[in-house]
Ligand binder design. Structure first.
Ligand SMILES: NC(=O)c1ccc[n+]([C@@H]2O[C@H](COP(=O)([O-])OP(=O)(O)OC[C@H]3O[C@@H](n4cnc5c(N)ncnc54)[C@H](O)[C@@H]3O)[C@@H](O)[C@H]2O)c1
Length: 375
């Protein structure tokens, strides 16, 4: 191990934890050294990807390990809040915590209290920010090169149903926070980033129309929604919309993001995980695109945004897990700042919970005061 290698402890190491391990392995100065993973199969798969790491038998053993410099939390959603609180109380190491930071309003409040008392660097893993086509779109929107000031934003995700997980934790709202938290906190985070503001109000319509309806578990039948539309108002008469459909894996692109301002429009199209593309029948997977459409002179231009094949192969998220780790490593080395704070992660959870509430009740939710306040 090189003298300046940063050593990581993993808390939970299933599908996403293993994507983190594959991407950390591409960074010469990052190395996983301790892994707490309760499931024997997942533990063996994780150790195969990180042969220098050892398995330990509790979260506390990872936190206390003298050779651990930073922690990565990739346990199920409902574990994150208690694990963050335990780390802050026991040994406040820098943490990269997978989204969503928590699953209910009570935990949002506990974590906000914690944040008032700690200087600990905590980065909420919001991989979508670091997908190359989305990074480029955000850069151009903020520079106002194509759109001028952004007025309308729409994010559409058409994808495959939730995958099977260890213990089927992702089939129930109580474990995930609900689909609009579990899946869509990414998109609410992107909306805050792109619009450079917090939304002030939202309305959502959503339901469980197709997926998991014939499944049954000891806890009962899955109660997670599989499609939704959410409309959000932003200050200054600006607005955003999310369209989620989780029975649309036949699509060429998984995410389509469109921003319009007075001067023009910019869009990006992002393919889903390469491993799900039916290459045997359809050939090479689609390449991400950025489309710029100014009003004067009118004329759309399409640019391909290819992603390094090695990074595509290391995960399901268009190379973003690598770029995020690169930046998290820079924080650990004292050469960078946390870009997605825990406060950002909590804001995305509150918007997701508010959208779940709106979809259930038909209410418009005020995000500026009361239980759904974003600050
Ligand atoms: N950012 C993204 O795009 C993205 C994508 C997928 C998953 N995720 C997030 O990553 C997290 C893990 O999801 P996953 O898909 O890897 O699920 P998973 O079920 O494959 O992995 C979770 C692992 O945590 C282990 N675990 C269970 N209880 C634990 C505990 N108390 N402490 C530590 N580990 C425990 C399980 O045995 C399992 O192996 C979730 O929060 C999920 O939302 C994020």
């Amino acid at each position: 191990m090189k003298a300046n290698t940063l050593r990581y402890g993993m808390i939970g190491c299933g599908m996403m934890g293993q994507e983190h391990l594959r991407n950390m392995a591409l960074l010469p100065q990052a190395q996983a050294v301790a892994i707490y993973e309760p499931d024997a199969g997942m533990r063996a798969a994780a150790l195969a990807l990180a042969p220098h790491a050892r398995a330990v038998d509790s979260m506390e053993a990872v936190i206390d390990a003298a050779d651990v410099d930073a922690l990565v939390i990739t346990s199920p959603n409902f574990c994150h809040a208690d694990q963050l609180l335990a780390i802050a109380a026991r040994r406040p190491l820098p943490v990269l915590v997978e989204k969503p930071a928590c699953t209910d309003l009570a935990s949002v409040s506990r974590l906000r209290d914690m944040l008032r008392q700690t200087q600990q660097p905590i980065w909420t893993a919001m991989e979508y920010r670091y997908m190359p086509p989305i990074t480029e779109l955000v850069k151009q929107v903020h520079a106002q090169t194509v759109t001028g000031s952004a007025v309308m934003l729409s994010i559409r995700e058409h994808r495959y149903p939730f995958l099977e997980k260890v213990g089927d934790w992702n089939r129930f709202n109580k474990n995930t926070g609900g689909t609009l938290v579990e899946k869509c906190c990414h998109f609410f985070d992107l909306m805050r980033l792109i619009m450079q503001a917090d939304p002030i109000r939202l309305f959502a319509s959503g339901g469980q129309n197709h997926n998991h309806k014939d499944e049954s578990y000891p806890e009962g039948r899955p109660d997670i929604i599989d499609n939704a539309m959410v409309v959000l108002d932003f200050p200054g008469g600006r607005r955003a919309m999310l369209e989620l459909c989780m029975f649309a894996e036949g699509s060429r692109y998984q995410e389509e993001i469109c921003v319009v301002g007075a001067q023009g429009k910019i869009e990006c199209k992002v393919p889903g995980p390469t491993r799900f593309w039916p290459a045997d029948t359809l050939g090479e997977p689609p390449v991400a695109q950025l489309i710029v459409s100014p009003r004067h002179p009118a004329g759309p231009r399409t640019l391909d945004i290819p992603v390094d094949p090695q990074l595509l192969a290391a995960g399901d998220h268009n190379g973003s897990t690598f770029y995020q780790h690169q930046k998290f490593l820079a924080v650990l080395q004292g050469q960078g700042q946390v870009e997605v704070s825990l406060a950002d992660g909590l804001a995305a959870v509150v918007i997701g919970l508010a959208a779940e509430h709106s979809a259930k009740t038909g209410e418009v939710v005020d995000l500026t005061q009361g239980p759904w306040s974003l600050v």
